[in-house]
Design a binder for this molecule. Structure first.
Ligand code: ZN
Ligand code: ZN
Length: 230
């Protein structure tokens, strides 16, 4: 597996191209925004972009879908059905975040409507990219339809905004639920194995074992719903 990361937008969202090196088939996980660098990397390396695979529907993860699909019209676009309202409501997301409409263009949030999804993720499905096999795990809590993609042989998991080095995703946005997120992480990510490398939507890579041992949201240092101290 070859992974190329492009931190994009003011959110520094880790847009990734993930490649099966044997077959040159590739996916783009969470294209944040219009970026010529993505198509250039795909074309320069002779890759076949098979799909735009979306972990969830937030604007910093789906904002570049239309542009990439225009460059690669045959590409699949896949998202869990429970985040379709966020995805198709992309143009409204910045307004709901309190950004005034006159500032949208200046901040790069003047989105066109995103292209139609080609299908939805199913919890537990195995998604193949050449010889790579990604297990798709529904992990609600940051959004209702968040999924993570785990590759068992390569021991790598792409977790979007569920889990970060030393942190977890926000749960104060629409569809967010703190206890549900902790439950999703415990059930679907921490059970993968301590050696799994964790690729988050923002920030650096980490491992399941490191987060299990040190992440204050997971060790019990921060009690659920009670803030930092007793
Ligand atoms: Zn998010
Ligand atoms: Zn994000």
């Amino acid at each position: 597996m070859l992974i190329k990361t492009f931190p994009l937008t003011s959110f520094q969202q880790n847009t990734r191209i993930v490649v099966c090196e044997e077959t040159k088939k590739a996916i783009c996980i969470d294209p944040a925004t219009k970026s010529d660098a993505l198509a250039k990397f795909i074309n320069d390396n002779g890759l076949e972009l098979q799909a735009i695979t979306l972990t969830h529907g937030h604007l910093d993860h789906v904002g570049g879908t239309l542009d990439l699909q225009r460059s690669f019209p045959q590409v699949e676009i896949i998202l869990h059905k429970d985040d379709e309202d966020l995805y198709y409501g992309l143009q409204q997301q910045p307004l709901r975040m309190g950004i005034p409409s006159f500032a949208l263009k200046q901040l790069g949030f003047d989105y066109e409507n995103p292209p139609k999804l080609t299908r939805n993720w199913q919890d537990g499905e195995v998604y193949e990219v050449g010889t790579l096999k990604f297990k798709v795990l529904h992990c609600p809590g940051h959004t209702r339809g968040h999924v993570v993609l785990a590759e068992e042989v390569e021991r790598k998991v792409f977790v979007g905004d569920c889990l970060f080095e030393g942190g977890i995703g926000r749960t104060d946005l629409p569809g967010g639920d703190y206890e549900q997120l902790i439950d999703s992480i415990n059930r679907n990510i921490l059970t993968l194995g301590d050696d799994f490398i964790v690729y988050s939507g923002h920030g650096r890579e980490t491992t399941v074992g490191h987060e299990k041992a040190t992440n204050p949201y997971l060790t019990g240092v921060y009690q659920i719903g009670r803030g930092r101290f007793l």
